[in-house]
Design a protein. Structure first.
Length: 735
């Protein structure tokens, strides 16, 4: 940090600057610059804010209509930070996201300033070189140190001591005596530049055509949204890495967003093969030091390619040239807490603001994306066949109404026979159940009492492997009680329904020779654990993997030939408008793990609804027909993407105050053509984290200025004390 000062090439200083601070407020604040100082838009500055010092960003303009205070009453900028300025594209994105999501600009800025320590200059490297004074008492240890210092470049303390086979005290003693001099060197580079000149994969004609088109677009720049639509196993990753090479050749940075970056071990290996280096990573499992170094490297341009989760969208790229959103349909790109936004949609916005291409990638593109392609807004590149001649798996349904399952069993005889055949042939199988833990419900056999979370209206899920019950919404954990709190029955609790742990127990009993591994977010606690599991599967230490949706995304296991979906109907329950689309996408992606190598694959769907359109589309492979039928149904009802939705969530500790505020909101609801308000009503998840929740749903035609109507409406309603309002534009969850 340095005191605010003038720069030699700066224009004459203005008297004041407008500063946005990372607090949940929408306004910029005026500050006076010290005499002769210049702080340009984007500069990070330390300013007094209330009773504390805060770091904010000099903003481009003051959009507020409030009167400007007199210059004499302004507080003064304390210091300008010695770090790269926030780029214009990112500042415009902050403004755009705030306006679209109806969030305070300061709350959005906080996402772009998520690593405050990165704003401090990196500490210099301390190194030792040969000094000017001769050393006294030349022991053999000292002689080895001085010989090394004389013949090579300056070395750090640890390196010099290790190479000389001495303790660090010997090096420090020579420095104190003047025989070694201490140097301050610039911080070492953490990220090597990817070698974009390396040859990529060998492509089929369809892959080559798509790769050339994407690479040309990335090389020439300019805004465009392009959909890379290819079947599972079509080599989409290798194709868009060619586009990344085009952006790198142009001297630009690349951002790749993945829905499950912590589980991207195979993606990282593909990148290393293509570019001979590891990209910068950005996700919640990084340590504080890694986050600080990566953020700074992105801002300086040192990190040329970043692969990250949705928050990577708010990194301060100095020279961004391409954004790729892999698995663009995935609901994990929707952030539900804090500022509620869809990273896929905001990635397209950032690409437009930066005037660069954005590539959406999926085997099962969202209906919104498909409609944008049909309307000419996006360009589509199609990969209809799997890479290297592999065939798509055969998919069939097991009608569970005809299967006579014993109590406590969930694997049909048909699926068990297929598992035995697969494992005996030396191949691998996967069982998919999108439900973590041992059992989703625990109840008393005597009185029927169900164990609920004390903070949420949700059942506690038993995790037998960890010896506890857990709420999957707020994270609350507790031990399984010895006695029922309702009837005082001893040892009366029974697990109802299967989770992946219970499924593994059944599979182990019925397939005694199986080498089983469980893959779920609570058993794979980070990238290292996920990479270790991937390695075990590839090395065939595991021949039956049982897991949740984290298995559906991007994994390539050549010996995996059978996928069994234990409860194919699971996602179809409830009133979610995207339930059928999401279920189709998830099961299609899971099915795509089978038969990606030399051996053909097959997929068995255990279902009680074999005639459901989702099952029919999966079995027939008629994806486009399924999407056409989905589109027709939504068009008829005016639902997205043919209409607009917004959710309003009213929450608070006092249930009465929440209900009163929700009803007052409904009473003041806007009455205009093309807009209607449904509710209020208690949310399906009516208590979450100790807060009661009510919801309203706003439905509008595409031509209605939805945000303007909401902004005016919400400004007229003052919530009761302790009650919060959250707006969810384009909701994905209706809980």
């Amino acid at each position: 940090m340095r005191a605010a000062h003038a720069t030699s090439d700066a224009p004459p200083s203005a008297a004041r600057v407008h500063v946005l601070v990372p607090v949940p407020l929408g306004e910029v604040y005026d500050y006076r610059l010290p005499e002769g100082c210049v702080a340009r838009p984007g500069s990070f500055v330390s300013v007094p804010f209330g009773r504390r010092q805060m770091i904010g960003v000099v903003w481009d303009e003051q959009p507020s209509e409030r009167p400007s205070p007199e210059e004499s009453s302004l507080k003064e900028v304390t210091a300008e930070l010695d770090c790269p300025a926030m780029p214009p594209g990112l500042r415009r994105l902050v403004d755009w996201v705030a306006g679209y999501t109806l969030s305070p600009r300061g709350a959005v800025l906080r996402m772009a300033m998520s690593v405050p320590k990165a704003l401090e200059p990196p500490a210099p490297r301390i190194a030792y070189a040969l000094g000017d004074r001769p050393a006294k008492r030349l022991t053999k240890a000292r002689q080895r140190v001085l010989a090394l210092a004389a013949e090579g470049p300056p070395r750090g303390l640890t390196e010099l001591a290790r190479e000389a086979a001495v303790g660090a005290g010997v090096v420090r003693g020579l420095a104190k005596a003047g025989a070694l001099k201490i140097l301050e060197l610039p911080a070492a580079r953490r990220f090597s530049a990817p070698d974009w000149r390396r040859a990529g994969a060998t492509f089929s004609p369809e892959q080559a055509a798509a790769a050339v088109r994407l690479k040309d677009r990335a090389h020439q720049g300019g805004f465009a949204t392009m959909l890379l639509d290819g079947v599972t196993g079509a080599g989409k990753t290798e194709v868009y890495l060619d586009a990344a090479a085009g952006a790198l050749e142009r001297g630009r940075q690349v951002l790749v967003l993945l829905p499950e970056i912590a589980l991207g071990a195979q993606w990282l290996e593909r990148f290393r093969r293509r570019f001979a280096v590891t990209p910068a990573e950005w996700h919640s499992d990084l340590g504080a030091r890694q986050r600080r170094e990566t953020w700074r490297a992105v801002a300086t341009g040192e990190a040329r390619v970043v692969v990250g989760a949705r928050s990577g969208l708010f990194l301060p790229f100095a020279e961004l040239g391409l954004i790729v959103v892999d698995e663009e349909h995935d609901a994990a790109f929707k952030q539900e807490d804090g500022v509620i936004y869809n990273a896929r949609d905001m990635a397209i916005v950032r690409a437009r603001l930066e005037d660069i291409p954005c590539v959406l990638v999926s085997a099962t593109p969202s209906l919104e994306t498909v409609v944008n392609v049909q309307q000419g807004r996006y360009e589509r590149l199609h990969l209809p066949a799997r890479h290297a001649g592999a065939a798509l798996p055969e998919i069939s349904a097991i009608d569970m109404r005809a299967e006579n399952l014993a109590s406590g069993s969930w694997l049909s005889g048909t699926l068990l026979d297929a598992l035995v055949e697969t494992l005996e042939s030396g191949q691998q199988a996967m069982l998919f159940l999108n439900r973590r833990g041992y059992a989703p419900l625990t109840l008393c056999r005597t009185c029927g009492h169900r164990l609920y979370c004390p903070n949420c209206t949700s059942w506690l899920v038993e995790h037998r492997a960890f010896h506890h019950l857990q709420c999957h919404h707020c994270g609350h954990r507790e031990a399984l009680p010895e006695r029922c709190p309702n009837c005082d029955g001893a040892d009366s609790f029974a697990a109802c329904g299967p989770g992946v742990e219970r499924l593994a127990e059944e599979a182990g009993a019925k397939l005694p020779g199986a080498r089983i591994a469980i893959a779920a977010s609570d058993t794979l606690n980070g990238p290292k654990a996920a990479a270790a599991l991937v390695r075990r599967i590839l090395e065939e230490q595991v021949n039956l993997v049982i897991g949740t949706q984290i298995l559906a995304k991007g994994h390539h296991f050549p010996m995996l030939t059978l996928v069994g979906v234990v409860d194919a109907d699971l996602g179809l329950a409830g009133g979610d408008l995207r339930a059928a689309e999401r279920t189709y996408q998830l099961l299609h992606q899971v099915a795509g793990r089978a038969g990606r190598g030399a051996h053909p694959g097959r997929v068995l769907l255990q279902t009680y609804m074999p005639d459901h359109p989702v099952m029919g589309a999966l079995i027939s492979g008629e994806r486009d027909r399924f999407l056409e039928e989905e589109a027709a149904a939504r068009r008829k009802l005016g639902l997205p993407p043919f209409g607009r939705l917004a959710g309003i969530i009213v929450s608070g500790v006092d249930e009465g105050a929440v209900a009163t505020t929700a009803r007052e909101l409904a009473r003041r609801a806007p009455r205009q053509d093309g807009l209607s308000v449904l509710g209020p009503a208690p949310a399906p998840l009516s208590r979450l984290g100790g807060r009661h929740r009510w919801r309203l749903l706003v439905k509008a035609r595409k031509d209605v200025a939805l945000q303007a109507a909401l902004r005016h409406w919400l400004a007229e309603t003052k919530p009761a004390h302790g009650v919060k309002l959250k707006v969810d534009i384009d909701p994905y969850s209706f809980l």
